[in-house]
Design a protein around this ligand. Structure first.
Ligand code: BMA
Length: 847
């Protein structure tokens, strides 16, 4: 970081930063505290944030360590001033107009140029543009941004609204953050700390214009003629003085031009380009992600982007399922129905300086590796930076995109609604050409919030009418700006205008959020009672791994009940519910390391039970989105990938249970005394497999083995056999055994799984000895493992060495050695270091 700062400092001192095109004011600015001259100044990066600058300057301690979060809460209650100078020459000033454009300004900022106030930002999600031509001068200019405390502003606004507008309890420390347009999770959430991050989080640019300034490029795709896609390129242009110029479009080498008459002010220009035999964009697992280069220029202004050609529909059709009226929820891409396998995305860090391309790419690559085809950008976070969407486009990860509203009521005031209208008008224009965005969704859990508070229950008509205004406004903007995309009113919800169905419990219509099983520590069998059409949230919380917990706890506090560790558990009663769930399955573990390990095993078991069952329900259920993929800081949470990028056990399980081919044992839903074996084949081809189902005891002896035909057609889930449980003996005998299953094609195991007849705490697990050796095979690091007895949830860990194993958290059987590869993400680490760091754990070792 220090190096980055000094690099930018050199740039800043460069005598004349002169450009013919836009001037990017990114780099080092100076930060001061508004009411404290003694504070002096510290360098601050743009894009960036105040906290990062204070941390770099040693003014605050790392808010992610120990209980330091509390020590830096003051930062959000102060006003801050950003300032920098820049040099302009006469030729730049010769342009007809020069605009200041700022994105992601968080949140309330008075901006001045050379002492003249040019405008005030009031919303992080809008793009701000001001004509600053009269205020610029040749030579040195000064720009200043005065950031008012957003927390204090939210309090002021709450005093102006004559009725309560509550936000869910236990979510954060800033009770009125829902009144301002800023990432709600900055105030804290049940997986993250409160740090009211502020500053220029996006770019600040000077944009010169004579004839044309391109504001947005937006493409419409028309597939109505077989074998071609007509892309109509729409360009929104602002012109200071108007004039004649040329609109040029180049779409993957197909060039078109048109003379255009530009009028002063706003212009909308269009040019259609036809692509014959388009190479379509497909989600991960369904085909390739072809992207066409698009270059558009008007007058002196040029925009480049990459677009994917595809048609995405969301089919919400009334139907009858399991004897009840329902509403389907099916994503369809290029005419093919997709079973969605996804996870929920939250901001990948509180601090803007750490929301880097590398961070996005690491997490999203991990999602792709685990066969995910969708992330849901959750509504309590933010519209992400461009890199996020570019990476999703290129990896084939579809996006279910919430608008930024979560777990709250919202004001129905004209002022609030006009902010929402303005932000959506910008964000939809900015993002709509990203082929990965599959659907806009109004919010997170705001239908439910209508029933969460005393005031909303007392006055349901008033709050529902307020909410309905918001729902309709959002719908109107989508219809006007992005009519080719579906708008789903809220997550979860049962469809338009349905504000009463409780989609935390109802499973017949639309999408549901299923939390009762994990948050009430119910038995995992309860998942088999719920048959969602689409589950967009379900999760099991876990502690972070031992290595990571050791980084945020002070010495002597690596214990879940210590102050430091508890501080990193943000869910109300979160530790208690983890313990309650562990009690259901496991014997009491020895020591903290085993406890943390078990919490991750339980998380994997919970996600696996629900996700595998729901895949068997295809096509009645058409997708599941796990809560949650990533973390905002290091702590206890529902994530499958820890802060820093390390996979928890659950992520390895996700990779197995979201794989295109799966074999799974599920209790029969019409008769719980039966056990069905399912084969799910999400590939387009017949599977051509055989399946083996083996009954073993815990010493590893094979008691029975059955070979079955498992040739399942493409995109189908099929029950290949149903057993009566008593076929495996009476319960008392059965609990001494378990099933292992394999799906085999041409002698190769394409999927494997196992099924326990009892809880692990009841089963007579044997003290398996696991032998491990590490080898270098043509530059690949290979770990060979074998066990003398069945060993469950065998967990390989190489603390201090970043990377992923080709498989992990699996079952080892005697006589069947396993081979696992490790891909190291740090080139300075050698095989010997890896070997020295490697640790292996398994379930029986925990007690
Ligand atoms: C939900 C989400 C989040 C929350 C999660 C875990 O329903 O929408 O608000 O973090 O549950 O409690």
């Amino acid at each position: 970081m220090k190096n980055i700062l000094s690099f930018f400092a050199v740039l800043l001192l460069w005598p004349a930063v002169l450009y013919a095109g836009p001037v990017d004011l990114s780099g080092v600015w100076q930060l001061s505290k508004a009411d404290d001259a003694g504070f002096g100044t510290v360098p601050v990066l743009v894009p960036g944030d105040v906290h990062s600058a204070l941390l770099e300057a040693g003014i605050i301690e790392d808010p992610y360590y120990s209980c330091n979060e509390i020590k830096s809460l003051w930062v959000g209650r102060e006003d801050w001033i950003y300032r920098r100078s820049f040099i302009l020459d006469a030729s730049f000033l010769g342009h007809e107009a020069i605009y200041l454009r700022a994105e992601d300004v968080d949140t309330f900022c008075d901006i001045s140029i050379n002492g003249h106030k040019i405008g005030t930002s009031t919303n992080r999600f809008r793009r701000w543009e001001w004509d600053i031509t009269p205020f610029l001068r040749e030579g040195e200019n000064v720009i200043e941004g005065y950031f008012h405390s957003a927390e204090k502003k939210s309090e002021e606004i709450s005093r102006e609204i004559p009725y309560p507008v509550p936000l869910a309890e236990n979510l954060g420390r800033v009770p009125h953050i829902n009144l301002i347009r800023k990432p709600t999770c900055h105030g804290g959430w049940d997986w993250g700390p409160c740090q009211m991050v502020t500053g220029f989080a996006g770019k600040v640019m000077l944009i010169p214009a004579d004839v044309a300034r391109i504001d947005y490029v937006m493409c419409d795709q028309d597939f109505s003629v077989e074998g071609r896609c007509t892309v109509t390129v729409n360009v929104e242009v602002t012109s200071p003085k108007g004039g004649k110029t040329v609109l040029k479009v180049d779409l993957g080498g197909r060039r078109k031009t048109r003379q255009v008459d530009i009028v002063p002010g706003r212009n909308v220009l269009s040019l259609p380009v036809t692509v014959k035999d388009p190479e379509l964009w497909w989600p991960n697992g369904m085909g390739s992600q072809n992207l066409y280069d698009l270059t558009v220029s008007v007058g002196e202004s040029t925009v480049k982007k990459k677009i994917g050609l595809r048609k995405i529909e969301v089919v919400n059709r009334p139907d009858t399922v399991y004897g009840k009226p329902g509403l389907s929820m099916t994503f369809r891409v290029n005419g093919k129905d997709v079973y969605v396998k996804g996870a929920n995305w939250i901001p990948c860090d509180l601090f803007e300086t750490r929301q880097t391309y590398a961070r996005y790419s690491d997490i999203l690559e991990s999602a792709k590796d685990a066969h995910m085809n969708m992330v849901r950008v959750w509504g309590g976070g933010q519209f992400e930076h461009d890199a996020f969407y570019e990476i999703c486009d290129s990896l084939g990860i579809m996006i279910w995109h919430d608008f930024m509203f979560s777990c709250s009521t919202y004001p129905g005031t004209d002022g609030f609604l006009s902010e929402v209208e303005a932000e959506l008008n910008h964000q939809l224009r900015r993002l709509r050409d990203h082929c990965s965005i599959a659907m806009w969704c109004g919010d997170n859990e705001c239908v439910g919030a209508l029933g969460w508070f005393e005031c909303t229950r007392q006055n349901p008509g008033f709050y529902t009418a307020n909410y309905d205004r918001l729902v309709r406004l959002r719908n109107d903007v989508v219809k006007a700006v992005d009519p080719q995309r579906v708008y789903w009113p809220s997550s979860p919800c049962a469809g338009f205008g349905d504000y009463t169905t409780d989609n935390w419990k109802e499973d017949t219509k639309g999408d549901m959020h299923l939390w009762s099983v994990s948050k009430n520590a119910e038995k995992l069998d309860r998942y088999y009672d719920v048959k969602p059409r689409f589950c967009s949230e379900y999760g099991h919380s876990s502690f972070s791994g031992y290595e990571l917990a050791g980084k945020y706890c002070q010495e002597g506090q690596l214990n879940p009940w210590s102050p430091d560790f508890e501080h990193h558990q943000k869910e109300f009663n979160g530790n208690k519910v983890i313990f309650d769930r562990l009690y259901l399955h496991f014997r009491f573990p020895d020591g903290v390391k085993n406890l943390l390990y078990l919490s991750q095993v339980e998380q994997a078991m919970g996600l696996k039970t629900a996700s595998e069952f729901w895949r068997t329900l295809e096509p009645n259920c058409m997708g599941s989105i796990i809560w949650q993929l990533n973390d905002i800081w290091p702590g206890s949470s529902w994530s499958s990938i820890e802060y820093g990028g390390k996979w928890k056990q659950s992520h390895y399980h996700i990779r197995r249970f979201y794989a295109p081919e799966l074999i799974s044992a599920v209790p029969s839903f019409d008769n719980r005394d039966s056990l069905d074996i399912w084969v799910i084949n999400d590939t387009p081809e017949h599977s051509g497999c055989t399946a083996t189902v083996t009954l073993r005891d815990f010493s590893g002896n094979i008691l029975k083995r059955l070979s079955l035909d498992a040739d399942v057609p493409g995109n189908t889930s099929e029950r290949i056999i149903s057993f009566r449980l008593e076929d495996f003996g009476p319960r008392q005998e059965r609990i001494n055994t378990f099933l292992s299953m394999e799906l085999v094609r041409a002698g190769e195991v394409v999927a494997y799984n196992d099924y326990m007849f009892s809880e692990f705490k009841e089963a007579p697990l044997q003290e398996a000895q696991v032998s491990v050796s590490v080898h270098d095979e043509n530059g690949e690091w290979v770990v060979r493992l074998s066990a003398d007895k069945p060993a469950f949830y065998v967990w390989l860990d190489a603390p201090g060495i970043p990377g992923e194993f080709s498989d992990n958290s699996f079952t080892l059987y005697p006589g069947i050695p396993a081979e696992v590869r490790f891909v190291c993400k740090d080139r300075t680490v050698g095989l010997k270091d890896f070997e020295a760091a490697l640790e292996v754990m398994h379930l029986r070792q925990t007690y």
